[in-house]
Write a protein that binds this ligand. Structure first.
Ligand code: AP5
Length: 214
């Protein structure tokens, strides 16, 4: 199964992709995580993209595609995957067809902008295992420490209020047209991303189950 999750920054793509990936036994591919990994390792790519990432700008498509193509060849992707953060514009959506062939479904997680800013300011991430938390809605068992691997949690540099507002405007300009692109292809499912995390996961699994049966 090949799925795409689309949503504004902080809509819950990463949170839901982790749940769906376990439930459906398919890989979770986050292009944001692939890029942050390059930054953390200070590779040539990582050094090139640091300012763009921290300022909430899109990284050039050829760089993202290079990492994505490499990741899709890994063994755990054999059963399928959920793409989280790709495609980010119509150019990438067109390129994705060459990279993966046809997709099964695209799920748009719809969340209003005012909720996003609160979510992002409370987000904490684990740089070791990638697990995400929220200080209020999804807190770790021990404050500031990852439940999975005991790493100290960090706040992402691009989660400042000003950068989040810029990322939302990049989403509206560059990524929102991708929603219509997939709607026209009959692939789009939409969920309201403002309920409890497990309720949204259940809704997504039900919608996907029904869509695949039809
Ligand atoms: P990326 O890492 O993809 O960031 P993003 O799309 O901005 O999305 P986020 O990871 O910030 O949010 P999310 O939707 O995953 O929400 P989450 O589940 O964490 O990209 C970062 C950067 O990389 C980009 O700005 C760009 O520079 C570059 N990049 C990446 N892909 C690219 C591409 N294809 N092309 C070019 N450049 C690219 O949830 C957010 C918070 O809310 C968490 O704290 C979570 O616990 C909480 N939460 C989640 N769901 C709920 C809920 N239902 N109720 C309450 N709280 C919730």
């Amino acid at each position: 199964m090949k799925l795409v999750l689309i949503g504004s920054p902080g809509a819950g793509k990463g949170t839901q992709a982790k749940v769906l990936s376990k439930s459906l036994a398919i890989a979770h591919i986050s292009t944001g995580d692939l890029l942050r990994n390059e930054m953390n390792l200070k590779t040539e790519i990582g050094l090139k993209i640091t300012d763009m990432m921290n300022n909430g700008e899109l990284v050039p498509t050829e760089i993202v595609c290079e990492l994505l193509v490499k990741r899709i060849k890994e063994k755990d992707c054999g059963n399928g995957y959920i793409l989280d953060g790709f495609p980010r514009n119509v150019e990438q959506a067109e390129m994705l067809e060459d990279i993966t062939g046809s997709l099964d479904r695209v799920v748009y997680i719809n969340v209003a902008d005012d909720i996003i800013v609160e979510r992002m300011s409370g987000r904490r991430s684990c740089q070791t295992c990638g697990q995400m938390y929220h200080v209020k809605y999804n807190s770790p068992m021990i404050d500031g420490i990852c439940d999975n691997c005991n790493t100290v949690l960090i706040q992402r540099p691009d989660d400042s209020e000003e950068t989040v507002k810029h990322r939302l405007s990049v989403f509206r300009t560059a990524t929102a047209p991708v929603i219509s692109y997939y709607k026209d292809k009959g692939l789009l499912l939409e969920v309201d991303g403002t309920g409890a995390i497990n309720e949204i996961s259940n809704q997504m699994l039900n919608l996907l189950g029904a869509a695949v049966e039809n």
